[in-house]
Design a protein around this ligand. Structure first.
Ligand code: PLP
Length: 392
């Protein structure tokens, strides 16, 4: 018997496709040169953060008043949380204070914190297929069970399916707009309808269903400013990070924002704070909390993302691929020309084109392209996609 936990051994066995492809990409790059590998497997932007980030870091390095690196209040630095509450207020008009904001180590850390605060053993969390499958691990970390619910053909919300999945064990639902892997964004009408359904169902089952809105791609939008969930469902929590919009995935900085009228707001915030401590996160790295209020509205330049999206959507459609145009994020979820998505991925891999099969997101028969890479690289990959579809 191994000394390693059986649960972890099982997770290793089912190891994330995304990571597997990412590792394959690094191996092939070492063998044949990075310029010859089209590793579109992972959402790890090649673009640098906006210049304001480095300027703020440089300025912080010269501060000699001390105390820069100390522990801070449990929820994070008050001035950082003021800044975030201010931003959310200008979007929602809801009058959040820094009390409703809790800093976290990325969205991944925030989701684990909130799930730990919410879940009793065997309680269910609805996830909307296709989805970021790390949610399964995050939910089971805290004794919960993920309940998969299919979206519509165009990946919009299917309210009948959601309603049918809700039962007495339902504790929460996770939504993700803009979505990984589909790039779909939910309209204000959809969010409003979802909020109404959750209110009705919460009354029926006799407890609150909390909505967790995972939003790391919120500002990577091709359709303008997106509706805010806080304006559509009071029992919601935003969980997000600056991994994508500031291109800082390695720095682990994000936050949770609890709706000021959440049914159990105060208790939930206290629970999240203790969960942060139990998980050993404390909250988020101090330097990055200090950087945020110093950089205003700065964010990554969306121009290359927009260009990459257009090149791929138009190029692949012309070749005969079935593509849903993303409204945000930097992924394309494309119908596999053959039914077996894993087989298609293996064929692409032979051409040094690394993609992720739809089954890695709970929806076989598709593949995901991550396009947070140089436009030249995207352009050079088109003949490979062409060769693949012609050969099939
Ligand atoms: N949620 C979604 C949908 C993601 O795609 C990712 C990362 O790719 C995360 C959460 C986790 O992001 P982070 O923990 O870096 O904020």
């Amino acid at each position: 018997m191994s000394g390693v936990s059986q649960k972890i051994l099982d997770s290793m066995e089912a190891s994330s496709w995304i990571r597997k492809m990412f590792e394959e990409g690094a191996k092939r790059a070492a063998e044949i040169g990075a310029e010859n590998v089209f590793d579109f497997s992972i959402g790890n932007p090649v673009f640098e953060p906006p210049k304001e980030v480095n300027e703020a870091l440089a300025q912080l390095a010269t501060i000699d008043t001390g105390g820069l690196h100390r522990y801070m209040p449990n929820q994070g630095l008050p001035e950082t949380r003021d800044y975030i509450a201010g931003k959310l207020n200008s979007e929602t008009g809801l009058g959040l204070t820094n009390n409703e904001i809790i800093m976290s180590v990325g969205a991944g850390g925030g989701l684990n914190t909130v799930l730990k605060a919410l879940l009793n053993p065997s309680e269910e969390v609805i996830v909307l297929v296709p989805y970021f499958v790390e949610y399964d691990h995050y939910i089971s970390n805290h004794g919960g069970v993920h309940k998969r619910v299919e979206t519509n053909e165009d990946f919009s919300l299917n309210f009948e399916n959601i309603a049918a999945a809700i039962n007495k064990r339902t504790k929460a639902i996770i939504i993700n707009s803009p979505n990984n892997p589909t790039g779909v964004v939910y309209s204000a009408t959809e969010l409003q309808q979802l909020g109404q359904l959750l209110l009705k169902k919460s009354a029926e089952i006799g407890h609150t269903i909390t909505l967790l809105s995972d939003e790391p791609y919120r500002r990577i939008s091709y359709v303008g400013e997106l509706p805010n969930i806080l304006n559509h469902y009071k029992n919601s929590i935003i969980i997000t990070s600056f991994s994508k919009d500031l291109a800082l995935p390695g720095e682990r900085i994000g936050y949770m924002a609890v709706h000021p009228e959440h049914a159990e707001k105060d208790l939930l915030i206290q629970a999240a704070v203790i969960a942060l401590r139990i998980l050993g996160f404390v909250n988020a790295p101090a330097i990055w909390q200090r950087v945020l209020p110093m950089i205003g509205d700065a964010m990554v330049d969306l121009t290359p993302y927009q260009a990459n999206k257009d090149i791929l959507v138009n190029g692949l459609r012309e070749m005969g691929y079935q593509v849903t145009e993303p409204g945000g994020a930097f992924y394309l979820f494309v119908k596999s020309p053959i039914a077996d998505d894993a087989e298609f991925i293996a064929l692409a891999q032979k051409e040094n084109l690394l993609l992720v099969p739809g089954r890695a997101f709970g929806r076989p028969g598709y593949f995901r392209i991550s396009f947070c890479f140089a436009t030249e690289k995207i352009e050079k990959s088109l003949p490979i996609f062409q060769k693949l579809i012609v050969s099939l």
